[in-house]
Design a binder for this molecule. Structure first.
Ligand SMILES: [Zn+2]
Length: 258
């Protein structure tokens, strides 16, 4: 089984003690490529250094909405500089993690929107996919994507919306990132949505070290858990793990031009 983990934070200090062993373990269970996403300006260098150390790692760079209050006014300009400098590099794969987070009430929505649009504009300009964080903000993300129509689309990370919302993203060319959250027995609505999703619209992800799946409760999540996540999701979708692995891997490769 060949898998691609389209969303990780492997640069986080959670992995400092055993990163090489964990990468080897992930490869041994079939995880062929992993995307590491930048979240604020001070971790981009770390993300880039990490992916440079391993040809199966790919970087996305962006300003995450959850860190809104840390971002500085010139950070978008700095992101543009980074993207210009790395343009065309095989290991630069996307702009992300970007998006809108309405779950945390203290994050100013207007500033989030401005930051999101400025970064989507960079995805358009540099012809990169966008990796998008959406919490309680589907309506605004969908209307922004309709307006800006980024040509290479991207991934809706940890998709947990309704089937109607899924359809809107799919119409815009986006893939839906599925991971540990949907493996929990409580995620009943998501189970019903999963069973209806077209296979050509899904990619797999872990969000390591976060979003532990039901099989590894409370543990640090890792790309090595992706086969178990694939198995659990395939069960909910009433297909084989091989079918889900094959489709999600092909979808990710097509999206990133790998
Ligand atoms: Zn993330």
């Amino acid at each position: 089984m060949e898998l691609i983990d389209t969303h990780t934070h492997l640069d986080f200090p959670d992995f400092d003690a055993d990163r090489p062993a964990l990468l080897a373990e992930s490869r041994a269970v079939g995880v062929r490529q992993m995307v590491v996403l930048g979240v604020y300006r001070d971790n981009w260098q770390r993300v880039w250094d990490l992916v440079q150390s391993d040809p199966d790692l790919h970087a996305a760079l962006g300003l995450h909405p959850v860190y809104l209050d840390q971002h500085r006014p010139d950070d978008v300009a700095l992101l543009r500089e980074w993207l210009s400098r790395l343009a065309g590099h095989r290991q630069l794969c996307a702009v992300g993690e970007i998006g809108l987070d309405y779950y945390i009430p203290t994050l100013d929505r207007e500033r989030q929107q401005a930051l999101f649009e400025a970064q989507l504009q960079l995805a358009v300009e540099f012809e990169l996919p966008a990796l998008i964080h959406v919490r309680r903000s589907h309506a605004d993300v969908i209307s922004t994507l309709k307006r800006m129509a980024p040509k290479r689309a991207g991934i809706i990370h940890a998709f947990a919306g309704s089937f109607e919302e899924a359809r809107e993203y799919i119409k815009l060319g986006f893939k839906l990132g599925l991971g540990g959250a949907a493996t929990w027995p409580q995620a009943l609505r998501m189970h019903r949505v999963l069973a209806k999703l077209p296979l050509d619209a899904v990619v797999l992800e872990t969000d390591s070290p976060d979003m532990a799946p039901a099989m590894f409760p409370g543990q640090r999540n890792s790309p090595a858990h992706l086969p178990a996540i694939c198995e659990a999701l395939a069960g909910i979708m009433a297909i084989s793990a091989e079918q889900l692995a094959e489709a999600s891997t092909a979808n990710a490769r097509r999206l990133f031009n790998w």
